[in-house]
Write a protein that binds this ligand. Structure first.
Ligand code: SF4
Length: 366
């Protein structure tokens, strides 16, 4: 009986558009201890909600009494092509907010299961209910932990969302995923802020995703230049990962998403963002994960990127923030202007050197 029901549930989940589906028994997550240690070491920065919900995260049965099974689904979000922009956005945030997309599909799945098994109770977890999703996904066979701390599926890479449906039903369980990075350490070497402090260990306080999305204060100066053009989130540790790169013999890797609501939306130019009022921001990014940064955070990020671009055309758009009532935005604008000035100073210095050199060469030629 569990086998037939499990098979039916998996088929139904795939028909709903999920790319991966597996089932794990509800148990204490294997990485519960290391998660608690990571929190205790302060690597979560200002993400207090992780601390507040830690007890639930390491005990999924507390979220749904009598939970027996976790149906874990994966939804691919890799775009076929990156949209043309003059900055970077993490791939997962290019389309509609995934929370709504996954929740809706899992609600449909739960209704279908309850039509078949009216006694079954379920609880959907897509970030809103705190579970260690990656641990459950690993147990359900969806993927294994990479050194970049992402869950990696050997065939599909790591560009997929994870959703969990806890159920009180007994089902047939998958085997945990097998795989590993071997000697590769491309992501550790590529991270521009050094946030991957060791294999499988992320200091979120240095991570560009955290800095551009979660942090509500000024971004520490030492991380601003390494941010480059990342306006919201960062994909560098996934972009360099060989499991996300299509190969001749493994064309499945990082296939584009089939989900219509995850297709990239059109994005405003950086100049438009710098002129966006708060009301425009809410309207422009309605239903998008980008809203999480809030207007203030996105403008702060945009000012830093404008500073990194050192484009004189952006200066008139930075200058109004020098008089802004918000000290965080004022300071970011000051920094951005200084960056441009720094470039000009460097330019002048190097042209001075060129003159000196040519002077030397003319002396030599005499
Ligand atoms: Fe593992 Fe290499 Fe991918 Fe990093 S880039 S997650 S080390 S395979």
């Amino acid at each position: 009986m569990p086998r037939d029901v499990t098979k039916w549930i998996k088929q139904y989940a795939r028909a709903l558009g999920f790319d991966l589906v597996g089932v794990a028994p509800v148990q204490s997550p294997p990485h519960a201890e290391s998660f608690l240690l990571w929190l205790a070491q302060g690597y979560a920065g200002v993400m207090d909600y992780l601390e507040r919900t830690a007890g639930l995260r390491i005990n999924p049965a507390a979220i749904l009494p009598n939970a027996r099974s976790a149906i874990v689904v994966g939804l691919n979000y890799a775009p076929a092509e990156l949209p043309p922009t003059d900055y970077r956005i993490a791939r997962y945030a290019l389309g509609d907010d995934y929370h709504a997309v996954i929740r809706e599909k899992l609600e449909t799945l739960l209704c279908a299961i309850q039509a078949l098994e009216p006694e079954a109770q379920g609880r959907i977890c897509v970030d809103s209910a705190p579970v260690l999703e990656r641990d459950l996904a690993m147990l359900a066979g969806l993927g294994w932990y990479g050194k970049n701390t992402c869950l990696i599926n050997t065939q599909r890479g790591s560009y997929f969302f994870i959703g969990v449906l806890l159920l009180t039903m007994e089902l047939e369980y998958d085997s945990p995923a097998q795989g590993g990075c071997g000697t590769c350490r491309l992501c550790l070497d590529a991270c521009p802020t050094g946030a991957l402090i060791a294999p499988y260990r992320l200091d979120a306080r240095k991570c560009i995703s955290y800095l551009t999305i979660e942090l509500r204060e000024a971004i520490p100066v030492e991380h601003r230049e390494p941010m480059g053009e990342w306006l919201f989130g960062c994909d560098i540790c996934q972009e360099v990962c060989p499991f996300n790169r299509p190969r001749v013999h493994q064309p499945m890797r990082a296939q584009p998403t089939r989900e219509p609501r995850l297709q990239p939306r059109s994005l405003p130019k950086l100049a438009e963002i710098l002129q966006m009022r708060e009301a425009d921001f809410a309207e422009r990014f309605r239903g998008s994960a980008i809203k999480r940064a809030k207007w203030r955070g996105l403008i702060r990020n945009a000012l830093i990127i404008a500073g990194n671009k050192r484009d004189p055309a952006l200066r008139p758009l930075i200058e109004p923030f020098l008089r802004h009532e918000d000290p965080m935005l004022r300071e970011a604008a000051e920094w951005a202007i200084k960056q441009a000035t720094k470039e000009q100073a460097v330019g002048r210095a190097s042209s001075g050197n060129a003159t000196a050199n040519s002077g030397d060469s003319s002396l030599r030629s005499e």
